[in-house]
Ligand binder design. Structure first.
Ligand SMILES: *Cc1c(COP(=O)(O)O)cnc(C)c1O
Length: 352
């Protein structure tokens, strides 16, 4: 903790050219860190573009794996400090964030209540199966009602626990808020250490963006570290560029207000590409399944059709189109999601 604190203090000072202290929130160690950074040399050679590196955040854990675990480290600590005994969160039926939260709660002896968008599935599969195994209480809410009434449903659920004498903590969608931002803000010093150890000059870091917190944390982290020319690109998997630019900017503003009050706000560039969303959130076409097959066969790495494969398709397509000709080394943050692959099994059986 102290090592991280000093380093963050140093990197942040570089940008602001003044000494300031930032109180880093406490975290509960949940993730196996640091995760490996590995080159994908067979794939890179076959594309003839930059050298692609994979930051294996799909290896933060087995069942709890993925990017949400870095955010949950801070969020669980905050919930515990407020003496909460239940965590409430929300997402799609196959939400990786909800599955990771449910398992983290079980591990910490906390209750978990999930508000999931859609009908109760006939068969438990993938993430929702694991959440159920972890003992989460699940409320399924029809999609239209979920969209129009989510915040009311969340606060009502919280109130119901209050009546029973239990403090419940509400985590927003994808744990993307100013506290969750710390997850990837504090992954930046880890990445910079990777680059130094491997003697790497990295021009671009990219990831899938779904609720915006991973991308915003990386963008702010590199901005503060003085790597102001680093391209930090989020490939959108649902909403458009303008949505994510606004969402990330709001989370970053709240981050400054809460953690660096009274200091000048210096905003990073928010580079969002929304050209590879396809049919919308959770809707994947044959090109997405093709890129999953490609990476699995060439490098033995599995992507998921909702997030990582869409983003990876974005990266591979931009390389093929010659749009990344200036980039020598690109890091793709593999944010996990493997369990979300299995409910799509039929899309693969057609190809075999
Ligand atoms: C949630 C998620 C993302 C997106 O991260 P955000 O911080 O929500 O933008 C990417 N990949 C996977 C596998 C996820 O579960």
């Amino acid at each position: 903790m102290w090592a991280t604190l000093t380093r963050l203090h140093l990197i942040i000072s570089k940008v602001f050219r003044l000494s300031m202290t930032i109180s880093i929130p406490a975290k509960v160690p949940l993730a196996a860190l640091p995760t490996p950074l590995v080159p994908l040399d067979r794939l890179s050679a076959s594309l003839g573009g930059p050298r692609i590196w994979l930051k294996r955040d799909d290896l933060t854990h087995t069942s709890m794996s993925g990017n949400k675990l870095r955010k949950l480290e801070f969020i669980v600590a905050e919930a515990l400090s407020q003496s909460c005994t239940v965590l409430i969160t929300c997402g799609g039926v196959q939400s990786n964030h909800c599955r990771a939260t449910a398992l983290a709660c079980a591990q910490q002896g906390l209750g978990c209540h999930l508000i999931l968008r859609g009908e109760k599935p006939k068969e438990l599969d993938g993430n929702v199966l694991l959440a159920k195994l972890a003992g989460a209480i699940i409320t399924f809410v029809p999609a239209d009602q979920y969209t129009s009434q989510l915040s009311t449903i969340l606060s009502q659920t919280q109130d119901d626990y209050q009546v029973k004498g239990q403090n419940a903590f509400v985590i927003p969608t994808g744990a993307s808020d100013e506290l969750g931002l710390w997850g990837y803000y504090s992954a930046v010093p880890e990445l910079i250490e990777d680059f130094q150890r491997l003697d790497l000059n990295v021009d671009m870091v990219c990831c899938a963006t779904g609720s915006g917190g991973t991308h915003a944390g990386l963008a702010l982290g590199f901005h503060h570290s003085g790597h102001t020319d680093m391209i930090v690109r989020g490939y959108a998997v649902c909403d458009n560029r303008h949505y994510f630019e606004k969402k990330a900017a709001e989370d970053i503003q709240r981050w400054y207000q809460r953690y660096l009050p009274g200091q000048p706000m210096s905003m990073p560039t928010l580079d969002v590409n929304d050209q590879y969303i396809g049919g919308g959130y959770g809707v994947a076409g044959p090109e997405v399944f093709a890129v999953i097959s490609l990476l699995a066969a060439k490098e033995g790495v599995i992507l998921d059709p909702v997030y990582t494969a869409k983003a990876f398709l974005g990266l591979v397509s931009q390389i093929r189109n010659g749009e990344l000709a200036q980039v020598k080394n690109v890091v793709f943050v593999h944010t996990g999601g493997v369990f979300g692959l299995f409910p799509f099994r039929r899309s693969f059986s057609e190809a075999f």
